[in-house]
Design a protein around this ligand. Structure first.
Ligand code: ADP
Ligand code: MG
Length: 253
């Protein structure tokens, strides 16, 4: 047995001739906030989709909470909250209807499955809890397709919190949020990290720097460096994350 919440070894993912991930290995521990940082096309979303067991790798192994994604993916999914890149679908549903629907699918009610009243109470409490955390109560009756991009992401974030999973995978979570909303989101994530593993993908240096306890830089399907900011600066002999990023991803400044 090991202590890692996520452990992936030698993962590759090909789409026809395109190699989206090339022999990637990484692991995470509880209490960590890991930022996957990289330019567009680096492979961040592909990696997130594989970690969530939504996609299978072409080769390599994925272990989450000790379960193997190749076989035990249902057990893995139960304890993962995933905010995919595109945000919630079901544009026709109101925010509340959508979240209720996911709660019904995801919430564990085995202990009270005969008691309809108790089940409804638990569903309601969970709905209120996730809407409060994502601050979306005032748009709860609105159709998802009528929301701004920022609110759309917040609904997706609320969805990822349903059932209080121990692993949160958030793909570009602050895309479309205004600066105040970004601040609120960062505070919330930091408060949640104690008993969770949180992996956030972003192309924003500032976000990786201010939220993450560890930064993994990806480029062209590979992990090019992983460590705390100070470690990355010292290994790349640079003075800022921006400079390190440019060096590591061959982007001329
Ligand atoms: P990022 O999230 O870092 O921007 P992605 O994981 O979305 O990167 O994409 C990595 C590479 O894989 C890109 O070259 C992208 O065009 C390609 N890719 C991603 N998804 C598919 C797909 N379904 N079919 C073909 N190519 C894909
Ligand atoms: Mg992406």
């Amino acid at each position: 047995m090991n202590e890692y919440s996520i452990e992936i070894s030698n993962i590759s993912k090909n789409y026809g001739d395109i190699c989206a991930l090339d022999n990637v290995s990484m692991n995470t521990s509880k209490g960590e906030i890991v930022a996957l940082l990289g330019p567009n096309g680096a492979g961040k979303s592909t990696l997130m989709n594989i970690l969530s067991t939504f996609l299978s790798p072409t080769c390599g192994s994925v272990l989450v909470n000790g379960f193997n994604a190749d076989g035990d993916d249902i057990l893995i999914k139960k304890d993962i909250g995933f905010l995919p890149e595109g945000g919630p679908l079901y544009g026709d549903m109101s925010v509340e209807m959508f979240l209720k629907y996911i709660i019904e699918l995801k919430l564990d009610i085995d202990d009270i499955k005969e008691d309809k009243k108790e089940i409804n109470k638990r569903y309601k409490e969970e709905l209120k809890r996730v809407m409060d955390l994502a601050r979306i109560e005032h748009v709860s009756k609105q159709k998802i397709e009528t929301l701004s991009k920022g609110y759309n992401r917040r609904v997706g974030f609320a969805m990822s919190l349903i059932g209080n999973p121990s692993i949160l995978l958030l793909d570009e979570p602050t895309d479309g949020l205004d600066p105040n909303q970004k601040e609120h989101f960062k505070d919330l994530i930091k408060k949640m990290k104690k008993d969770k593993t949180i992996v956030i993908s972003t192309h924003l240096l500032e976000e990786a720097e201010s939220i993450a306890s560890r930064i993994i830089v990806m480029n062209k399907g590979k992990i090019v460096i992983s460590g705390k900011k100070e470690e990355i600066l010292s290994q790349t002999k640079t003075k800022s994350l921006e400079e390190a990023f440019k060096t590591l991803t061959n982007q001329k400044g």
